[in-house]
Ligand binder design. Structure first.
Ligand code: HEC
Ligand code: HEC
Ligand code: HEC
Length: 203
């Protein structure tokens, strides 16, 4: 009974806890501390932090969809890897990079599977007005086929990670739905133009 109460309290507190951990600079130890100098720093340099209107996205707004917060930790570190990683010495530069690729891949699959619902905490797809034609076309197609944001907008705020083949295949399934006509092209090269210097890639 006590155990159940404890577990219940843990999960109730979990959402609050994540927000606390990630929105305050008091991180919880090795694993969280390393995020401060990596993913958190990256966010601070992104367009989701430096907005003209001062609206700033927090970790939880993009990563926690209202279900168990523990899943967040799980997705980032992998259940099996979690304890190994907690005992890692993350103070070594680059120690985080070892598992970044797998973590990015897991997070992308999660956002693909839940229709990128966390993005909708702030963005209303129908209301977005991409500046350029390619964006307008891509969005028209995305609405028609109900394509999740992450299919096109990966490498959004953190250090770039090459998408895995499995992820690209999964994306292809969304984009290829319905018609036999041209695929929607989602990489800068395929669009036939490089992003202008100083411009962040939105892909
Ligand atoms: C605007 C949305 C957004 C915000 C805010 C955000 N993330 Fe992410 N995060 C993503 C996306 C999208 C991915 C999937 C990888 C990719 O394509 O960038 C990701 C991936 C990750 C990963 C996996 C490793 C990696 O580099 O991809 C970790 C860890 C992570 N986020 C932690 C955090 C933490 C901690 C914060 C707050 C300091 C945060 N994120 C804020 C969107 C966001
Ligand atoms: C907390 C609210 C919030 C959340 C959650 C959020 N965004 Fe944003 N997003 C913003 C704001 C604010 C801007 C900047 C708008 C501006 O400057 O006009 C922005 C800008 C963008 C841009 C254009 C700038 C760029 O980085 O290229 C894209 C693309 C984008 N968001 C995609 C996403 C995706 C995909 C997700 C889900 C993973 C997401 N956003 C989650 C608030 C949010
Ligand atoms: C089929 C691919 C695709 C999907 C799915 C998609 N987008 Fe986009 N989006 C694009 C492209 C391409 C652009 C234009 C990028 C450019 O011109 O640099 C764009 C532009 C944007 C912009 C405006 C950037 C600007 O200033 O023009 C925002 C904000 C944005 N997307 C958010 C989202 C969100 C949020 C979702 C999910 C609800 C989403 N997108 C789904 C491909 C997509």
């Amino acid at each position: 009974m006590l155990v159940l109460l404890f577990v219940g309290a843990f999960f109730l507190g979990a959402l609050d806890f994540t927000d606390y951990v990630f929105s305050h600079n008091t991180f919880c130890g090795n694993a969280c501390h390393v995020m401060e100098s990596t993913v958190y720093k990256e966010l601070q340099e992104s367009k989701h932090y430096n907005t003209p209107t001062g609206v700033r996205a927090t970790c939880a707004q993009c990563h926690v969809s209202g279900r168990l917060t523990y899943a967040m930790v799980d997705h980032f570190l992998g259940t099996g890897e979690l304890f190994v990683n907690l005992t890692n010495d993350f103070s070594k530069p680059g120690s985080f990079e070892k598992f970044r690729i797998a973590a990015a891949n897991r997070e992308r699959f999660k956002m693909l599977g839940n229709n990128s619902e966390t993005c909708a905490h702030c963005h209303v797809m129908e209301a977005i007005k991409p500046v350029r034609i390619r964006g307008q076309n891509a969005h028209k197609d995305a609405i028609d086929k109900n394509v999740p944001c992450i299919a096109c907008h990966f490498n959004l705020v953190h250090k770039d990670v090459e998408p895995s083949e499995a992820f690209l295949n999964a994306v292809e399934e969304y984009l290829g739905q319905g018609e036999e006509t041209d695929e929607v092209e989602t990489t800068p090269d395929e669009f036939g133009e490089e992003p202008a210097a100083g411009e962040e890639e939105v892909l």
